[in-house]
Design a binder for this molecule. Structure first.
Ligand code: SAH
Length: 371
């Protein structure tokens, strides 16, 4: 049985004080300079917020008391509210976060033996409407800003008890931008948030441990390599444009050949830093041996690995997950061609782990609740 914790504190506090979370280093410096504080104060505050994870100014003991009071008068260090939290028997933890305007997004922590990845959302809802994705059935709402993206990490770090930032061994060691939304349709906020997350005097998660997943916004892919330097994952899911047009409608704008050309040019791709191709296994749709052979041909010349994702069903979904035998057969063909093709183990099945499900469940409950 999964443990479901519905939180009492549902509404985030609304205040006109400015949130320091989500400001870049220079912006933080300017904000504090506006109160007449010197640059080294900004550096101290940054360290308290992102290295020590403090939530209020009073804990910043390297600052004189009047300085702490001045900061508290003008600023906050705000996290999103936790609307719901679920813990799976397999250790997966999922939070539904509620932001200041009441909008909600999900964050999932997936621990493994020697590391753990946080799956971070980039948007509330999504504009892509991929046919098999539950988020695609929900209304598009808005981009998350940098504070709201970084806030997901702060909540997960609080939960893991990993403050101050551990030097070496960490529970929360990796980040995957694979939550709700399309990160490359919210590039500026994602880039800003990642800049804060990788900063060595703060959260300090290195770019090598961050993977950004995209459905294939081709013109932005080069920028990811050149400016962000993170690892790239591509949600491919089909080997013909005909099928990919249906599964990932963005394909109509950026078809497979263009997408793979951008991958061939991706700065920094090498055998050591391969591009991950995600491929959801849909029964009778994209899981035949012929599909597997076609996939291998498509990837020729790209330093690639393939991540086979058993379809995670949701109520009313128009697809089913491939059989274990079909997945094994598919994986063997890709493996024999020299590509690593791990099958992603479904995690947190008992807590509706498919992207978007916790949000839907919470909305259904609210609609049925008397006003
Ligand atoms: N928009 C980005 C990131 C969000 S989705 C992207 O498309 O890559 C993260 C991954 O989960 C994508 O590969 C997506 O196709 C996959 N996914 C979405 N719904 C799924 C489901 N029900 N079962 C299995 N994988 C799913």
């Amino acid at each position: 049985m999964a443990l479901v914790i519905e939180k009492d504190v549902l509404e985030p506090t609304v205040t006109d004080r400015r949130n320091l979370v989500g400001l870049g280093r220079e912006e933080l410096g300017r904000a504090l300079a506006g109160l007449g504080l010197p640059a080294f104060r900004a550096r101290q505050v940054w360290h308290w917020i992102y290295h020590h994870g403090v939530r209020d100014f009073d804990t910043m003991t390297t600052l004189a008391k009047p300085v702490r009071a001045l900061l508290a008068e003008h600023f906050t260090i705000a996290r999103p509210a936790i609307a719901a939290e679920q813990n799976s028997v397999d250790g997966t933890r999922k939070w539904l976060l509620r932001y200041a305007d009441g909008k909600e997004a999900e964050t999932v922590f997936i621990p493994e033996e020697d590391r753990g990845a946080l799956c971070v959302s980039a948007q509330v809802g999504c504009t892509l409407n991929c046919a098999f994705c539950h988020t695609g059935t929900q209304a598009w709402v808005r981009n998350l800003d940098a504070a709201e993206i970084v806030g997901q990490l702060l909540i997960a770090r609080d939960s893991c008890g990993e403050w101050p930032s551990p030097q070496d061994v960490r529970l929360l060691s990796n980040i995957v931008m694979m939550g709700m939304g399309e990160p490359l349709y919210n590039y500026d906020n994602v880039a800003k948030a990642l800049g804060i997350i990788v900063d060595r005097e703060g959260i300090a998660i290195s770019r090598r441990r961050i993977t950004l997943s995209t459905a294939g916004v081709v013109p932005m892919i080069r920028r990811v390599g050149a400016e962000l330097g993170v690892k790239l994952a591509i949600s491919l899911h089909a080997v013909t444009d005909e099928l990919r047009d249906v599964l990932v409608p963005l394909n109509r704008r950026y078809p497979i050949a263009e997408l793979l050309a951008a991958c061939r040019d991706y700065p920094g791709a090498s055998n050591a830093r391969r591009i991950t191709f995600e491929y959801v296994m849909l029964k009778g749709i994209n899981d035949s041996p012929a599909d597997a052979h076609a996939l291998v041909r498509l990837l020729d010349g790209i330093p690639a690995k393939v991540n086979l994702i058993p379809f995670n069903p949701w109520p009313g979904a128009p697809y089913e997950c491939s059989t274990g035998a079909a997945i094994a057969r598919f994986a063997a063909i890709v493996n024999d061609a020299g590509y690593s093709a791990p099958v992603r183990t479904p995690r947190g099945r008992d807590i509706l782990a498919a992207c978007g499900q916790l949000k839907s469940a919470s909305e259904r409950e609210r609609k049925t609740r008397p006003a």
